[in-house]
Design a protein around this ligand. Structure first.
Ligand SMILES: [Fe+2]
Length: 222
């Protein structure tokens, strides 16, 4: 910038947080979770929500009672607390009510766009990426819709805002899963999963985290 140009600061107001958290040393955890989930799949016909094919367990994954399940859920709750604060920006303890489920996608399986009503944070943890990380044509990406819809692209779809993330207007963003990665995002954020096109299994765990109701501290009715 030369001296005749005015300085400018672009603020990202109302940003959309998408947290990528890599669980350290996850190979052993993933091995145990994969065994547990594939074994469960054999005896449970599963449920149908946003999934386009594939197998999805019930929402009681945590009640399966296995140690690796608790390890994963505790990590998600810890991260949710870390990225949550009070309205003044101060750390705040939160008692997270959690429901969770397992997903197994094979060749051709995906999830249509959806949200998770009633929760605060949602998360996806990748137990097995099905080789997606090494081979882009295999699909299976986590796809996030621009929450502003088409509005930013209505006038000049060939232009973008010169700021980080400003190039994504009215479109979607892709995150390529890899084993050990946990994504945390606001539950209202519309997302889906592109069809997986591989010969392996793409295994993930979905989680919803909601603050437990707080005791009433204000005046109470007689
Ligand atoms: Fe989801």
């Amino acid at each position: 910038m030369n001296e005749s140009e005015a300085s400018a600061k672009i603020r990202g107001i109302f940003p959309t947080p998408v947290v990528e958290c890599v669980i350290p040393n996850s190979a052993g955890l993933n091995f145990e979770l994969k065994q547990l989930i594939l074994e469960r799949e054999k005896s449970d016909k599963g449920t149908q929500h946003s999934n386009l094919g594939g197998w999805q367990s019930d929402w009681e994954f945590e009640s399966w009672g296995a140690a690796p399940v608790k390890t994963l859920l505790d990590a998600a709750r810890g991260m949710a607390t870390q990225i949550t604060c009070d309205r003044a920006g101060r750390p705040v303890p939160v008692n997270w009510v959690t429901n969770s489920w397992a997903n197994v996608n094979r060749d051709g399986n995906g999830n249509e766009f959806h949200t998770h009503p009633g929760a605060y944070w949602s998360a996806s943890y990748y137990v097995d990426d099905g080789g997606i990380g090494d081979d882009p044509p295999l699909g299976g990406e986590f796809e996030i819709q621009d929450p502003r819809g088409v509005a930013p692209a209505m006038l000049a779809p060939n232009l973008a805002v010169a700021m980080p993330g400003g190039q994504s207007i009215g479109a979607s963003e892709l995150v390529r899963p890899r084993a050990g990665l946990m994504l945390i995002f606001p539950s209202w954020l519309s997302h889906g999963v592109r069809p997986y096109r591989g010969g392996g299994v793409r295994i993930s765990v979905g989680m919803n985290l909601t603050p437990a109701p707080q005791p009433q501290t204000g005046p109470t009715a007689a």
